[in-house]
Design a binder for this molecule. Structure first.
Ligand SMILES: [Zn+2]
Ligand SMILES: [Zn+2]
Length: 248
């Protein structure tokens, strides 16, 4: 049984390796022109809520034009340790599908297109002054179960695009926490206590870090990672995620 599972994993890796980019839409499977950005068809691109215009200067969530200040209510009330976070899409059923297809349906090739979207957003936001890319780690038990860490796959492609090193060994998740989205805001905070550990201080010392993850919800996870990275000598932490919610 173990060998059959292994065989399927190899087939899966192989199919992901040969998957032709920019032929089918990653969302609806319609055939597309080769020059269509992100391997997403025009219709799906139109439906996705790309974030642009007014955003919170701290957490990157979209703000409606009625906001008089450039910070969302959440960022006025909370202390975030990272310098700035940016996101590309509003989290809804469509952007969720991209993330779920990667994470749970194991369509690894999607990580390349997520990296492309994040890379363009970083350019738009003028975030280029980072020295190292660190993916939000998974606990090793969860990584074994899923067979990959989606944040690391995305980080690896951003690394290829920017030619900046990605390090998935410096920051580890040492506590196998309950999935954050089932918890209240307060529970999320305690759930993450002692969850992360820096094991390679030398590689983060005095460096500006780009922390990468798939979704920014309350920001509790990336905030905890930022705190521990800064406590261990990092200079600044920027956060980049594919999707985020909207604060009312
Ligand atoms: Zn489509
Ligand atoms: Zn904010």
């Amino acid at each position: 049984m173990k060998y059959v599972k292994l065989l399927y994993e190899y087939i899966d890796v192989f199919l992901n390796f040969i998957y032709p980019r920019n032929i089918y839409c990653i969302l609806c499977s319609a055939s597309i022109d080769r020059d269509e950005e992100y391997s997403i068809c025009y219709e799906c691109k139109r439906k996705l809520k790309f974030i642009y215009g007014k955003t919170c200067e701290k957490c990157g969530k979209p703000l409606n034009d009625l906001y008089l200040i450039n910070k969302c209510n959440d960022c006025v009330d909370n202390t975030y340790f990272f310098t700035k976070a940016v996101s590309c899409l509003e989290y809804d059923d469509l952007s969720k599908k991209i993330i779920y297809d990667l994470k749970y349906h194991k369509k690894r090739y999607i990580s390349y297109h997520i990296a492309e979207i994040i890379y363009d957003r970083l350019k738009e936001e003028n975030i280029s002054c980072f020295d190292i890319i660190i993916p939000v780690p998974l606990h090793e038990a969860k990584e074994r179960e899923r067979s990959f860490n989606q944040a690391y796959l995305i980080g690896k492609y951003i690394s290829k695009m920017t030619e900046i090193e990605v390090d998935n060994k410096a920051l580890l998740r040492v506590k196998n926490t309950v999935t954050q989205n089932k918890l209240t805001k307060e529970e999320r905070m305690t759930n993450l206590e002692g969850a992360f550990k820096v094991v390679n201080k030398d590689n983060i010392n005095h460096k500006n870090i780009l922390l990468v993850d798939d979704v920014f919800t309350t920001g509790a996870t990336v905030n905890r990672c930022s705190k521990i990275l800064l406590e261990n000598g990092a200079k600044r932490v920027y956060v980049a995620t594919l999707a985020t919610g909207r604060n009312m």
